[in-house]
Ligand binder design. Structure first.
Ligand SMILES: [Fe+2]
Length: 290
């Protein structure tokens, strides 16, 4: 991975262009055709097995495309000890996949050995910041590389919170010396649910730390939004994406679809939209090695 921690000059990993989350429904089509996709993000947990079809397909896809690993079980915000068994499996997978980077979410998923399978929010306090930054450093030392952490979408906030979410993740990335995965849809969802200005979030995050964007769809229920990832990216999120590009410059972008998976061609239309907005906002820029 090109983001070794000894590299103190904060040289960001290469811009990879426009990618998709790799989903089993599309394996065949990807391998048989030559879709206009620059890279793929895999869900790490889906490949933490010994052998089987998913790993076999992954080995083939890896030969053709750059890959990034995205996990949902690190539970970096939990008070439970780090799950070293999970991290060992993650490291083993990374050795096989050779991802450009590894990411997870700023959240917790359970305590006392219970996994709630949900990405739960953390209180935005100095204490939590200190706790999580220490854990990120431990994980990075173990994996031997910087990780990227994603802003989760939230529906509730803590009365104890002492700072904004963007202050929290900025400070976290500096203290832990990690990258950030900026989910544009999650910012939109949280801004709506909590009543803050999404632009304040975008302006408040350190540009030099953002290595990837997620774009996704959600479910709008008039008074609140649920981050379902089962829908097309909406116009407001596209508009916010353009603002994020203006702020952060060329950042590796992907469409994140987790449910109600459409045919590949539909996702390619969305990916083309992202390319167009990128070109219109920043002029033409090419992925490294293209
Ligand atoms: Fe995301």
């Amino acid at each position: 991975m090109g983001n070794n921690m000894n590299d103190k000059n904060l040289q960001k990993p290469d811009f990879l262009g426009y990618g998709l989350g790799l989903r089993t429904d599309h394996y065949q089509e990807i391998l048989e055709g030559d879709p206009h996709i620059d890279w793929f993000e895999i869900i790490s947990e889906n490949y933490m097995v010994d052998g089987g079809r998913p790993l076999h397909m992954l080995d083939q896809i890896k030969e053709r495309y750059p890959l990034v690993m995205h996990g949902v079980s690190m539970s970096i915000g939990s008070t439970a000890p780090l799950d070293m068994d999970y991290l060992a499996k993650l490291k083993k997978l990374a050795e096989r996949v050779q991802p450009k980077w590894i990411s997870d979410h700023i959240c917790w998923t359970g305590v006392h050995g219970v996994n709630l399978h949900d990405l739960l929010p953390v209180p935005l306090t100095e204490e939590a910041l200190d706790h999580i930054a220490g854990r990120v450093k431990q994980v990075q030392d173990f994996l031997g590389t910087r990780i990227a952490l994603e802003n989760a979408s939230t529906y509730v906030s803590f009365e104890s919170s002492e700072m904004t979410e963007w202050e929290f993740i900025s400070e976290l990335s500096n203290r832990a010396d990690c990258w950030l995965l900026f989910d544009v849809n999650n910012v939109y969802v949280s801004a709506f649910n909590h009543g803050f200005d999404a632009m304040d979030f975008i302006r408040g995050v350190p540009k030099e730390r953002v290595v990837q964007f997620h774009l996704a769809g959600h479910e709008h229920n008039d008074t609140y939004i649920i981050d379902t990832h089962d829908n097309d990216v909406c116009d407001d999120v596209w508009a916010l994406y353009a603002e994020a590009l203006k702020q952060f410059g060329p950042v590796t972008t992907m469409i994140e679809r987790d449910d109600n998976i459409p045919p590949l061609k539909d996702l390619l239309v969305e990916l083309e939209m992202a390319r167009e907005i990128g070109a219109k906002t920043l002029g033409k820029f090419e992925p490294a090695g293209a």
